[in-house]
Design a protein around this ligand. Sequence first.
Ligand code: SAH
Ligand code: SF4
Ligand code: F3S
Length: 478
Amino acid sequence: MTEDKIIDDATETIAQSEGKVKPSRKLYIESYGCQMNFADSEIVASILAKEGFTTTKSVTDADVIFLNTCSIREKAELTVRNRIKGFRKNKLKNRDLIIGVLGCMAERMKKTLLEEEKLVDLVVGPDAYRDLPNLLTEAEGGQKAVNVLLSRDETYADVSPVRLDKNGVSGFISITRGCDNMCSFCVVPFTRGRERSRNPLSIVAEAKDLCAKGYKEVTLLGQNVDSYRWNITNKGDVVDPSIPTTNFAQLMAMVAEVAPDMRIRFSTSHPKDMTDEVLHTMAKYNNICKYIHLPVQSGSTEVLTRMNRGYSREWYFDRIKAIRRIMPNCAISTDVITGFCSETEEQHEETLSLMEEIRYHFAYMFFYSERPKTLAERKFEDDIPLETKKRRLQDVIDLQQKHSHDFNRDMVGKSTVVLIEKLSKKSDEFLCGRNDQNVMVVFPKEDYQIGQYVKVKVEDCSSATLLGKVTGISTTAC
Ligand code: SAH
Ligand code: SF4
Ligand code: F3S
């Protein structure tokens, strides 16, 4: 039986056990943007499973097509718009087909896609997924269905996600929603609303459930995981003295303890909030991966101030020093934006010099894209010419590639523990998976299986991957 079929059968059973069997309808859902959006699609699939929906990978089979969208840069929005236009063709063949936009573009798309261009039937924001069954009924009745209200407390804590990933090895758990940081370039506080943390007991229960289902890795997700707090106000006061308080370090320890055979990862750390307590907790548990994604955005304190990031170049270096002191082997990756408002050539050079000093293992790199409603859009001029933004981006990419390559070359001849995730894209004769430090490792398949931890001796590398040979099964996750 395929895994698709298992999920389909499971969702069918949920609908039947609740006594509201409707003829099975098929949902096709396509996700864009960050891992939180992918995790949200699993919440959506779960909410609709209770209405008798099963998921399909084929657009032509679908009764409902959802695009779970991202607004982070202009290009992401253009991609979605073109995709919707493509889906409209399916509507010519199936007039009952419902096309909906979910996620971070919902607020803005409401006006253009639904009301003006009439390209979609339904628009639903990230905090309104519980309303989907009603909205679908409205859309099926020919009404334009919209709910883009943001919530101060929705965390979908009680919704058990229908896992849409196909490998059954890595699962994601959202621990916070929204963001209160107001970085001046960023649209997320507007698309996802205020930050709220999810009940730690529901997080631990979900981790246990993944473990029981045979998953081998869990990633705890939040826009700023370090600001996770339960039963503590943002001023640090205890809300209810009769229950324990939980911060991010404590939450991570709880998850590491209930799932000792699983690897624990998390994303994203924020330099202004990442504490030594978090680093000591990582060091203490062998199953917490020694990998931190710590977006710097810029190496210039002046630019960081304009970005409203809440830290300076010096503060960032101090956090890197703390990571290296507490976990000498910890891999560090980052995000960089080039060509932010009024960035000078000297300030760009400061980003390069910071990268040179830190030597990241990996980086996601972007040129600045102005977003509506953000502080930067209202206060600063987007005054760096596109060619300059792109040229600076290329400088950053070239430097990072060199560092990634150097780092991977240092691994040649060494042994590393890999969690096998899937067949290699290039050949069915090879498997691949990531090591503790999040580097992709490719090796001959032999008789090894997806989901196993294996020791791999690294023989060769590129800037993106390590190549090697399995020397045996690993008894530990990392
Ligand atoms: N919460 C995370 C980042 C979420 S968005 C954090 O604070 O680090 C992921 C990345 O997209 C950001 O780190 C940033 O590098 C990039 N990004 C966000 N807004 C952008 C914009 N307007 N233009 C270009 N890149 C942007
Ligand atoms: Fe955006 Fe800043 Fe929040 Fe990250 S921390 S999501 S960059 S506002
Ligand atoms: Fe994009 Fe929304 Fe994530 S804007 S990056 S999908 S929070």
